[in-house]
Ligand binder design. Sequence first.
Ligand code: DAH
Length: 362
Amino acid sequence: MAEPDAVQTFEDGLTKIRGAYEQALRDATDEPELRLVNGRYVGPQGELTKLLKLMPKLPGDRRRELGQRANALKQEIQTTFDVVLDGIHRRARDAELTGPSLDVTLPGRWPMPGRLHPITRIRNEVLEILVSLGFDVADGPEIELYENCFDKLGFPPDHPATDEHDTFFIEGGKPSGPHSVLLRTQTSTIQVREMSRREPPLAIVSPGAVYRRDDDATHSPMFFQLEGFLVDTDVTFAELKGVLTLFLRRLFDEHVAVRFRASYFPFVEPGGEVDMSCVFCRAWEGDKERTTACRVCKGNGWMEILGCGMIHPVVFENVGYDPEKYTGFAFGMGLDRIAMLKYGIPNIKLLYDNDVRFLSQF
Ligand code: DAH
């Protein structure tokens, strides 16, 4: 329905916009401002947009002409917008090219380089020593057969280590047979795996993750061990003592004293545990007062460091070696424990929390 005032309103609107838009656009000093001003004319709520919405109200004989004028104005606004925007871009580029170059007085941002995890560092140090003594490095799976973890290492079926409270069995409860699958509880599995596929002489070490249902300040359900063993004809306990003493002295301090205590592990006979003089109070220096006050060895001057022994004939039989012909020794240690002792870390959880404040101290 044509309204008599609509033509007047339309024409006044066009005149007003025409008189103002150009200056308004040219006054804009940057792109966001320019776009804002442009929107006031041709945006969804812009003045010209609103006028165009009046078109249906114009009388038929004027509609065409006024529509053309409005569109022409819209086109002019677009052209001016383009010219002004181009000018803004050009000025910004000129300013960049002619302005001061780079502010070299700004302090740089320091990159945070990564570093090796303390357990990785210890593993590398330990391997370096043992490889220099002639040991090969082997690897094995963390998901293991029951028989490789227990049976073939001489564990009786009712040994506490095979209990559900100690072991993570995969697929349900306590296994029904040697082919059941579990997360290995010890790297001694490598003895079975390597001996089953190679003939003596053998000297092998193998670091890796192991799993037990254990969780407190000194135990984590996943931790790292290193297993070592050597098989040949005529290997004696003397070689075992020699290798381990040399190893501990290289790793900790050339002066540490080492002692062997009888102990039981199903896959060695005789079996033993190795103590080393306390590296915190430096017990070998004989300062009684310092040792008495030592929190780590609790004043007795020794700390337990690893398990070891002469490989049990039953293990040789289980892997197809002749126990009359071959002898050998084996040892196993917790790499977490060694890292804790070497770096004075009080709680095993610190090794697995991934706290950068802790890790960046190594
Ligand atoms: N596998 C043992 C454990 O997890 C450690 C160990 C003890 C390894 C004596 C050995 C050994 O090779 O001879 O507690």
